[in-house]
Design a protein around this ligand. Structure first.
Ligand SMILES: N[C@@H](CCC(=O)N[C@@H](CS)C(=O)NCC(=O)O)C(=O)O
Length: 256
């Protein structure tokens, strides 16, 4: 008689499908062919459930969070580091390159944090883009969804101190990081010689400069326009082209 082997539950990735931080985690997991299931997180409304699962009742909680084998990995970098030790695929964290890799991850976080502060008011200021933020399951709210989006924007503004730094200052800080990326790529297509998490972190950071095509990240048309940072997108078109080549070569198309 054959006994069914007890199966381990799949790791659960709490994510926001359009969020670059979630995309960094997904890309790392996918690159290593790790199976997982996605749990879509609703900013603000989803926090109590996530806190309950984390057993964390105070302090900031953010997504992505990966629950795997009884452990919670609560940051995109931590998830990628975990993924690098699973499955098969490219060496995401090459030995001896940790310092450079962490520096690129910091650069990615800086670009994304400044980018979020530029994107959020653009989304909030465009009624079509704001409407596109309402999850399908809440569309029945109709006109009531506008104040909900406004509440969500205020929540993000306060949680991430979006107005603490001026917009031009943010653009300059992004420009400095992107100029360093351009310099590093002058000597080859990969930041550490071969495809690694450094490439993933910086390619995904460019989402707040010019979103990647719909084949990789589906966005509503107004949202897509709001995520584009016109000044920097034109100035760093070469980096956008690099990012698109990397996606074409190393990222499988989205499954929705
Ligand atoms: N350092 C964290 C940052 C993650 C992060 O900023 N997540 C945002 C993505 S927009 C988030 O959770 N937003 C929803 C919320 O704060 O409720 C990581 O890399 O995972």
């Amino acid at each position: 008689m054959a006994f069914a082997r007890p199966t381990m539950p799949l790791p659960a990735l709490y994510q926001i499908h359009y969020s670059p931080w979630s995309e960094k985690a997904r890309w790392a997991l996918d690159a290593r062919c790790v199976a997982y299931r996605k749990v879509e997180y609703l900013p603000m409304l989803g926090a109590p459930m996530l806190r309950a699962r984390l057993g964390r009742w105070s302090g900031k909680v953010t997504v992505p969070v990966l629950f795997a084998s009884g452990q919670a990995h609560d940051d995109s970098l931590a998830i990628a580091q975990w993924a690098a030790g699973q499955g098969t695929g490219p060496e995401l964290f090459p030995i001896g390159r940790a310092t450079e890799l962490l520096a690129w991850n910091r650069a990615s976080e800086a670009v994304l944090a400044h980018g979020r502060a530029l994107v959020t008011p653009r989304v909030a200021g465009d009624p079509s883009a704001a409407l596109e933020q309402v999850p399908k399951g809440l569309r029945w709210l109709g006109p009531l969804s506008a104040p909900l989006v406004a509440l969500g924007v205020r929540y993000l503004r306060d949680k991430y101190a979006l107005e603490a730094v001026g917009q031009n200052e943010r653009r300059s800080a992004m420009r400095a990081e992107l100029t360093a990326l351009r310099q590093a790529l002058a000597s080859g297509a990969h930041l550490l010689g071969a495809f690694s998490y450094a490439d993933i972190a910086m390619a995904v950071a460019l989402q707040v400069v010019e979103p990647v095509g719909d084949g990789h990240q589906r966005l509503g048309p107004a949202t897509r326009a709001a995520w584009r940072e016109p000044e920097l997108a034109d100035e760093f078109a070469d980096l956008i082209a690099w990012r698109d080549r990397l996606y074409d070569r190393f990222r499988r198309p989205t499954d929705g």
